[in-house]
Design a protein around this ligand. Sequence first.
Ligand SMILES: Nc1ncnc2c1ncn2[C@@H]1O[C@H](COP(=O)(O)OP(=O)(O)OP(=O)(O)O)[C@@H](O)[C@H]1O
Ligand SMILES: [Mg+2]
Length: 60
Amino acid sequence: MGVEVAVQDLTKSFGSQRIWQDVTLTLPTGEVSALLGPSGTGKSVFLKSLIGLLRPEQGS
Ligand SMILES: Nc1ncnc2c1ncn2[C@@H]1O[C@H](COP(=O)(O)OP(=O)(O)OP(=O)(O)O)[C@@H](O)[C@H]1O
Ligand SMILES: [Mg+2]
C-alpha cells in the first residue's frame, strides 16, 4: 500500500541557480507516478528533497 505524497511550495536553489520554484502537487495513495524531464532539469534534486537528503529553502 502506497502513501500520499504532498508537496507544498517547494523551492530549491544551489547558489544563484534556481532548480525548482513554488512546486505544489499531491501524489495520491496507491498511485504509481513517473517524473520525466531532460537531463539536468532537477528530477534527482526533487526526489532527494522528498526523502530529506536535500533541504529546500522554501516549502514542505
Ligand atoms: N549538490 C549539488 N550542488 C550543486 N548543484 C547541484 C547539486 N545537485 C544537483 N545540482 C544541479 O542541479 C541541476 C539539476 O540536477 P539533477 O541531478 O536533479 O538533474 P536530473 O534531472 O536528475 O538529471 P539526469 O536526468 O541527468 O539524472 C543540475 O544543474 C545540477 O548540476
Ligand atoms: Mg537524476
